[in-house]
Each structure stands twice: as C-alpha cells, then as structure tokens.
Design a protein around this ligand. Structure first.
Ligand code: SF4
Length: 389
C-alpha cells in the first residue's frame, strides 16, 4: 500500500509560497499570479518541497526512464541563420553539414538489434531534401528491422515544414507518417511562445499558434506528444508563464500530452550566446530546479515531468528527482544537438548508471515504454533483480 504524502507548510519560509502550497494541497489550480511566485520565490527548498509533494501524490517513489536512442538524420536547415540559439544546424554546403542516406540511418540504429533500445527519438533540421518520402522510408525501414521499437519523431516545426514542401495539410502528413511507422511526436521546437522572444531568437520559425495547432491535430488523430520550453536566454518570467498557460490550455482541451520537459539553453557555438556574452555559461542549477518544480505545479493536468540530464548534468537531474520530477531522460546512445551547443555531459548513459543515479536519490527505478507504461520495476537497492518484468 502506498503511503499518502503529506506537505509540512511550517517548513516553508516564504509566506507567499506557503499560500501557493495550501492551494496545491487542496487541489486548487494555480493562477498566473501563483506561477509568478513559483518563479520568483527565494525559498527554493520550499518550492521543491511543494513540487515533491505534488509529484509523490501521483507517483510515490517511482522514477521512470526509457531505453531510447537519439538519431538526427540531417543537420541541414534553411533556418540556420535565423534561429540564433541553435548550434546544430548547417546550410547545405557549409562545413559539417550532413544528410544521412537510409543506409546510414539504419547503421546508426543498429544498437536496437540488441533488444535494449525500445524507442527511437528522431529529429533534425528543416532540410529541403528531407520530405515525406525520406522520413516514410526511414520509419518503414526501422519498423521492418525492429518492429518492437517505438518511433517518436519530428517536431511540430518539422511536420509543418514537410506539409509546406509537400503542399499537403498537416493532418495528411501526420496520417501518412503514422502509416509509415510514426508513433508519437517529441516536444521540441516550442522554444518560448511569446512573440517578442520568438522575434529575437527564432523569428522565421513556426509561430506559437501553429506549433499548438500541429499538436492539436496530432492529438485529434490519436497521436500523443510531448512538450517543452527552452528557458534561460532572453525570456521574462511572464513569457514563461504565458508559455506554460498555452500548454496547460491545450492539455485541458485534448489530454494528448504525455510529458512536459523544460530544456536549458546552452550558449556555446551560437550567435545568441555570443550576443549575450554567455559562451561557456549555461543556466544555473537554481533556475534549472525552479523550472522543473514550477512545471510540475502549474501544469497540474500533466502526469509526467521529465529532466533532461544531457542538458543539466546527471547530478542536477538526480537532485531534480526531489523537485517534482518523475522521469529521467533515458540511455540516448549518441546525443548531438546539445553537445554542439556546449553540453559537457556524456552522449549516452548505461542502464547501470541510470539505476545507480535513481537509487542514490532514494527512489525506485522503473523502466517504461514510450507511453509511460511501466515495463519493469527495479528494487531500491542494487542487490536485487527486477521485481516485475
Ligand atoms: S532550431 Fe531547428 S529549425 Fe532552427 S535552425 Fe536549428 S534545426 Fe533549424
């Protein structure tokens, strides 16, 4: 029997935050004003306490992860010059540009042959040569080789790009990709929805309303998705709150989001980092934990909040497991996008390391599938084998 968590408000030093804690304890939805307190209170531990309580109410001590592999078939992107925060993209003839052949994609996917990889996470640039046929062939090829592997692929921005170059509706693109093997959509490309922020960091990128519309269409077709917010650059607290409000509203309407994943901006090797004078200096641990905890509390209609250890380090992700987070980015295998932007973490993590990380935080590791269904629960300590398979 799971013990019901309790929230000791007497240990919260900020009175305004305490009032927010009372609302959380009574199940009252938080307002934008409450969110402002979450994003500004100096009592980080108090915020963590409330978020941990909200998380434990849903998940107890279980922390999930997936055995996944990232594949980035192309870094060619025609928005290379206008997404100034991006270190990954290249113009077609630029040094370092690549566009995988199908055989190269399948060669990269070979780790799935071991049976350990259960999900491919596939995203790339807006490459004029990467249209519906290219991705359909990739998905079909992967599914025929590894029928057990889930394909989570193509951000809303990429879906809209394919729709444009193929002169098809977003709905028709999604239906065709699903027939080819697409299972769910990742949450990237959202950045920060505010018009002013988008004009500064990504002024030619898919508009906020259109990003939302792609996810709405996917949800209406029964295709689940994730969502993100890229924080830590030029956005204000109000921008963050407006962004989260749009995500919460869509979730209220469709219920199609699986998880919220705040993403920390990395300033290396991109124009924005130079402009801000931030090379080598990513977000602070304080802000990383705050974003995760605020997401857990404000997005009360989301079941899962994920920490991306590649962006914030495994140790901060481990700490985040006490700040409202119930899911840890998985094995990954070979990450490229954030390493181009200065991430110093490893490009993948072994199963043993993931288990150790979760256990050392006093939590119970559990492997999940891409729909967050638990596949096997491990013991709290390393001595035992999985208790369920
Ligand atoms: S963020 Fe995405 S759309 Fe923008 S340049 Fe990079 S790969 Fe292209």
């Amino acid at each position: 029997m799971q013990i019901q968590p309790s929230l000791d408000l007497s240990r919260i030093t900020d009175r305004a935050l305490c009032a927010v804690g009372e609302k959380v304890a009574s199940g009252t939805r938080l307002s934008a004003g409450d969110a402002k307190i979450l994003f500004t209170s100096p009592d980080l531990l108090g915020l963590g306490r409330i978020a941990d309580y909200a998380n434990r109410r849903r998940h107890g001590d279980i922390v999930t992860f997936a055995a996944n592999q990232h594949i980035n078939p192309t870094n060619v992107c025609y928005l290379r010059k206008t997404c100034v925060f991006c270190s990954f993209a290249r113009l077609p003839k630029e040094e370092g540009a690549y566009h995988y052949t199908l055989d190269q994609v399948f060669a990269e996917a070979e780790s799935a042959a071991s049976g350990l990889t259960k999900e491919f996470h596939i995203v790339g640039g807006l490459d004029m040569k990467a249209g519906l046929a290219y991705y359909s062939d990739i998905f079909r090829g992967l599914k025929s080789r590894y029928p057990h592997v889930h394909i989570k692929a193509l951000t809303a921005v990429e879906i809209a790009h394919i729709s444009r170059i193929e002169k098809m509706s977003v709905e028709d693109v999604l239906v065709a990709l699903r027939e080819a093997g697409l299972d769910t959509l990742p949450g990237g490309g959202a950045e920060v929805f505010g018009r002013g922020v988008r004009m500064t960091i990504a002024d030619k990128k898919l508009a906020a309303e259109d990003w939302i519309a792609v996810h709405r269409t996917a949800h209406q077709l029964g295709i689940r998705s994730n969502c993100t917010m890229l924080y830590g650059h030029v956005e204000t607290i109000d921008d963050r709150i407006d962004h989260l409000t749009m995500l919460r509203d869509l979730q209220e309407e469709t219920g199609g989001f699986l998880a919220y994943i705040p993403l920390a901006y990395h300033p290396d090797n991109n124009e924005l980092g130079i402009e801000l004078g931030r090379q080598g200096s990513a977000t602070t641990g304080f802000d990383d934990l705050r974003n995760l905890a605020a997401g857990r509390l404000f997005l009360d209609n989301f079941e899962h909040v994920k920490t991306h250890w590649i962006m914030v380090t495994p140790f901060l992700s481990q700490t985040a497991l006490s700040f409202g987070v119930n899911d840890l980015e998985g094995t990954v295998v070979r990450e490229k996008i954030y390493h181009e932007a200065g991430a110093h973490t490893a490009q993948g993590m072994s199963l043993d390391d993931i288990l150790s990380l979760i256990r050392a935080a006093g939590k119970i590791p559990a492997e999940r599938d891409s729909f967050y269904r638990i596949l096997r629960v491990f013991d709290r300590t390393a001595a035992s084998e999985p208790v369920a398979a």
